[in-house]
Design a protein around this ligand. Structure first.
Ligand code: ZN
Length: 274
C-alpha cells in the first residue's frame, strides 16, 4: 500500500490533514507528484514536510518556476511565485535555506519504478501538459498520444487538480462516478491516474484529494512490516482508493489574505474547490 499526493501549493493545513489521514491508515510509503509550492502561504513548512515524509518527489511546474522563471503564468500565480522565492530566500538559517533549494533543484521530472510511472503533468510532457477530463471529447488525440508515450502500466499524475482515471479508449472516470466508489479496480488495461490536489482542488469539492494504491496480495504483510517500505511501487497495484479529507481552509484563506503578494482570490477559490 502506498499513498500518492500532489499539488500541495504551500497549503500547510491541507498537507497536515492529509498526512494525518495517511498515518491513521498506517501507510508509510508516500510519493509526491510536485507543485509543493506556489499559490499558498507556507512554502517553507510544506517543502520541509514533503522532504521528510515522501520517499519520492517529482518536479512540478510551480516548483520549477520558483527555481527558474515563471512561464505562461497568470498574474496572481506569477506574483505568488516571486513571493515564494523570497520566502525561501528569507530563511535566516543558511544551512536550512540551502537544503531546501537543493531539494527543489534535484527533483526529477519523471520517475519510473517497476510498472509505475510518476509525473507531474502527463506522460508526454511530464511537467507542463494539462490532460483535462474533457479532453477525451474535445481533444481525444491528446489523450491517445499520451497513452502511446506511456511505457508503464499505471501513470500517476496531477497538475489539473481534477482527480479521476483516464483509459486509452479514450475515456475519463471521475471518482464520483466510479461504480464502486471510492474504490477503483485496476484491470489489465493501462491507466493514467490523476490523484487530484491536496492544497487547491478544482473539481468543486473543496476537500483535499489524494489516492491510496492497494496491492492485490497480502496487504497485512504490507502494513505490518517496516522493510516493505523500501519495496517497489509496482508489485501489482490492484485497487485505487480516491480519498477526500476536510481541513481548516478558513485558516489557510486567512493567511493568504494577510500576505499582500498573494491575491485574495487564491484564498476564496479554496472554498469552492475551483
Ligand atoms: Zn498545481
Amino acid at each position: 500500500m502506498f499513498a500518492v499526493i500532489s499539488d500541495i501549493h504551500s497549503n500547510l493545513e491541507a498537507l497536515e490533514a492529509v498526512l494525518a489521514d495517511i498515518k491513521k491508515r498506517k501507510i508509510k510509503d508516500i510519493v509526491c507528484l510536485g507543485d509543493i509550492v506556489g499559490y499558498g502561504p507556507n512554502p517553507r513548512e510544506c517543502v520541509d514536510l514533503i522532504r521528510k515524509r515522501c520517499r519520492v518527489s517529482i518536479m512540478g511546474n510551480h516548483d520549477h518556476a520558483v527555481l527558474y522563471e515563471p512561464a505562461n503564468f497568470n498574474t496572481p500565480a506569477e506574483r505568488a511565485c516571486y513571493w515564494t522565492r523570497g520566502e525561501l530566500e528569507r530563511e535566516p538559517k543558511a544551512e536550512l535555506r540551502g537544503e531546501r533549494w537543493r531539494f527543489l533543484g534535484r527533483l526529477p521530472v519523471r520517475y519510473r519504478e517497476g510498472d509505475v510511472l510518476l509525473v507531474h503533468a502527463s506522460p508526454r510532457r511530464p511537467m507542463n501538459e494539462y490532460l483535462f477530463p474533457e479532453d477525451v471529447f474535445t481533444n481525444p488525440q491528446k489523450v491517445t498520444a499520451n497513452f502511446e508515450r506511456l511505457d508503464a502500466r499505471i501513470c500517476f499524475s496531477g497538475h489539473t487538480h481534477q482527480p479521476g482515471i483516464f483509459l486509452d479508449d479514450p475515456y475519463f472516470d471521475p471518482p464520483g462516478e466510479l461504480p464502486d466508489r471510492p474504490f477503483y479496480e485496476i484491470e489489465e488495461e493501462r491507466t493514467i491516474v490523476n490523484v487530484g490536489s491536496v492544497g487547491q482542488p478544482r473539481d468543486k469539492d473543496p476537500r483535499a484529494s489524494y489516492v491510496v494504491a492497494h496491492r492485490n496480495h497480502n496487504e497485512s504483510f504490507d502494513s505490518g512490516t517496516e522493510s516493505i517500505v523500501a519495496a517497489a511501487l509496482s508489485c501489482s497495484v490492484a485497487q485505487l482508493e480516491f480519498v477526500r479529507v476536510e481541513y481548516d481552509l478558513e485558516e489557510t484563506a486567512r493567511k493568504i489574505c494577510k500576505i499582500d503578494e498573494l491575491d485574495n482570490l487564491l484564498g476564496e477559490r479554496l472554498f469552492d474547490g475551483r
